[in-house]
Design a protein around this ligand. Structure first.
Ligand SMILES: NC(=O)c1ccc[n+]([C@@H]2O[C@H](COP(=O)([O-])OP(=O)(O)OC[C@H]3O[C@@H](n4cnc5c(N)ncnc54)[C@H](OP(=O)(O)O)[C@@H]3O)[C@@H](O)[C@H]2O)c1
Length: 287
């Protein structure tokens, strides 16, 4: 166990949803460190001389990645190369947060660390190249795959949970449509950061699946959100094709871990997130 290593950890992309749970180390945002600039990345990492880097910076808008694959590759693949090179040069552990979109989504079962990667859309492809680069360049790395991340509260959450809450806030909202034929393993950003802290201090190495426990559809998540927030709104199940999104997500992006068993159920994590970070502000709005 090494407690001091967290103080000497740099976190890239720290201004985002997951970064909001980081309460240690040296947090750098895109303005201070644009990971697409190799020279700048090497200079700043050299200045801090970290013992670990948690590389969160990424283009996470899956549909934007599909519309603009070169941009996805630039930020998620080249950006990760730049951080991995800088980490290797100063001898820092490289901690790369990746995604279950590196799998093809054809399996009937949740994906484990041992399953073969085969990404099918550009976000997954760009993050997959990041993984290849990290495995090749870094002597000491953790690749932490997650899926359907939620967190950040009203200030940072621009993803699924806040989109559903924005619909619920509308006075005339009577029904929410949600996909029920594709599956994920949701990940609470706060739990992810706690798991990364644990693994870094243990000097763990290799690939870890760090979603919360369990498998569900987006429909199941909406049902849970409504149950916790207490709204009288109907949830209407629809097929994946209903929303006609640019990026065709996998039918199964759920995951399990064969190497890590500390995660709690996604339902418990989502409930805590809603109660602690959303309910107080929603009450103020007379929601
Ligand atoms: N969200 C998910 O469902 C999900 C699923 C699987 C894996 N992940 C991975 O988890 C990690 C954290 O994601 P998140 O959910 O916290 O996403 P997020 O809220 O979008 O945060 C990503 C951060 O990266 C920053 N960034 C973008 N381009 C950058 C650049 N060129 N240089 C430096 N910073 C840059 C963004 O800054 P700006 O906002 O200023 O552009 C943002 O603050 C990412 O690596 C992501 O791929 C997320």
């Amino acid at each position: 166990m090494d407690d001091n290593i967290l103080d000497k950890t740099v976190i890239t992309g720290a201004n985002g949803m997951v970064g909001s749970y980081v309460d240690f180390g040296i947090k750098v945002n895109k303005r201070l460190l644009d990971v697409t600039d190799l020279m700048e990345t090497m200079k700043i990492i050299d200045q801090y001389q970290p013992r670990a880097i948690i590389h969160l910076a990424a283009e996470t808008d899956v549909d934007r990645c599909e519309r603009d694959p070169m941009y996805a590759y630039f930020v998620n693949a080249i950006g990760t190369y730049n951080v991995a090179v800088a980490a290797q040069k100063v001898g820092a552990k490289m901690v790369y947060v990746s995604t279950s979109a590196v799998f093809d989504g054809f399996s009937k079962d949740p994906y484990s660390e041992d399953d073969k990667t085969n990404p099918q859309y550009f976000y997954g492809r760009s993050k997959y190249i990041g993984e290849v680069v990290v495995r090749d360049i870094s002597d000491d790395y953790i690749i932490a795959r997650v899926c359907g991340v939620f967190g950040g509260g009203p200030k940072k959450d621009q993803k699924f949970v806040s989109k559903i809450i924005n619909q619920l806030k509308k006075k005339d909202c009577q029904e929410i449509k949600a996909i029920n034929d594709s599956f994920i393993s949701p990940t609470f950003g706060k739990d992810l950061i706690n798991h990364l802290k644990y693994l870094i201090k243990k000097d763990a190495k290799g690939i870890f699946h760090l979603s919360n426990k369990g498998v569900c559809s987006r429909y199941d998540m909406v049902v849970k959100i409504i149950e916790v927030l207490g709204k009288d709104v109907k949830v209407m199940p629809v097929d994946s094709s209903y929303f006609n999104l640019p990026a065709q997500r996998g039918m199964n992006e759920s995951m399990v871990s064969k190497r890590f068993d500390l995660a709690r159920d996604w339902q418990k994590a989502l409930e805590e997130y809603l109660r602690e970070e959303w309910l107080p502000t929603l009450k103020l709005l007379r929601y």
